[in-house]
Design a binder for this molecule. Structure first.
Ligand code: MN
Length: 283
């Protein structure tokens, strides 16, 4: 059984651009080894936006060397990138973008959401790439809610949406470079949850609603992340009714992480190169 090694408490929100009031749940400076291949997770807790005219968000910026995964729980976002791809994603949808050798993109509230206003809730997760994959061509997977299989969780009533990886025979639609699971879990009743996870995978449980508790009295509340041991072939916790979790697990990438802002590479020289390429307009 994987055990809770520590619980990272949520931080005060800060704004990303003028569109996303996010809490930094973890980043690779604080949790790189424990949580590899996951680099960073920002959570925008439910926030009410009034109707407006000007789209809020983040203008054109680069990324290189990893993937960004955006999961929308409430509201609607629009994305466009230098490969010419993009689109609108709403509740239950996921956008899986491979920055690879370099991409420019922008992230905004959608036109419709800007005009109507409403509640925005989302997660952005950064997933590392192996050195061998960092210079892959940029890619974009638009994954709609309808493409994501939803499977019952077992003895306690709840459902598990497989965004990436697999659970109980259901395969997630996301193409990933290395093995990982990204599961969106909603529990209806309180009670025990037990889910198989690969031995040796890093794993973490983010609490979005309700809480999660363990027999050793550890407890994670809304906005907390329980970091789990790599050892063990399952995770189990006590769920509260009407709870929602994001469960991550992945095969660790045992390589140096050198990052600077929107670039995550393996060496300082590669970071300098990324800055040079960006300033020369090569993305
Ligand atoms: Mn970005």
């Amino acid at each position: 059984m994987k055990t809770v090694t520590r619980i990272l408490r949520s931080t005060e929100p800060h704004w990303v651009g003028n569109g996303f009031p996010v809490q930094s749940i973890f980043d690779y400076h604080r949790a790189g080894r424990d949580l590899s291949p996951f680099l960073l997770l920002d959570y925008a807790a439910p926030h009410e936006f009034p109707p407006g005219r000007e789209r809020r968000g983040v203008g054109t910026h680069p990324h290189k060397g990893f993937e960004t995964v955006t999961i929308v729980y409430q509201g609607e976002l629009e994305h466009g990138d230098s490969t010419g791809r993009g689109g609108v994603i709403g509740p239950g949808d996921v956008q899986w973008m491979t920055a690879g050798k370099g991409i420019l993109h922008e992230e905004f509230h959608s036109e419709a959401f800007t005009q109507s206003g409403g509640t925005l809730e989302m997660v952005q997760l950064w997933v590392n790439l192996r050195a061998a994959d960092k210079l892959s061509p940029p890619g974009y997977q638009s994954i709609t809610a309808a493409q994501i299989p939803s499977v019952p969780t077992g003895e306690t009533a709840g459902s598990l949406r497989v965004i990436a990886g697999n659970y109980n025979g259901a395969q997630g639609p996301a193409h990933t470079f290395t093995p990982m699971n990204v599961w969106d879990i909603t529990m209806e009743a309180d009670g025990p949850v037990k889910l198989p996870l690969p031995e040796g995978h890093s794993a973490a449980l983010l609490v979005l609603r309700g809480d999660a508790s363990w027999a050793d009295h550890k407890q994670a509340k809304k906005g907390d992340l329980a970091v789990l041991s790599h050892n063990g072939d399952a995770v189990a916790w006590e769920a509260s009714a009407a709870s929602r979790y994001l469960l991550l697990s992945g095969e660790p990438i045992d390589e140096p992480i050198v990052g600077s802002g929107p670039f995550v590479m393996n060496t300082e020289a590669e970071i300098r190169q990324a800055h040079r390429e960006f300033s020369r307009g090569l993305f």
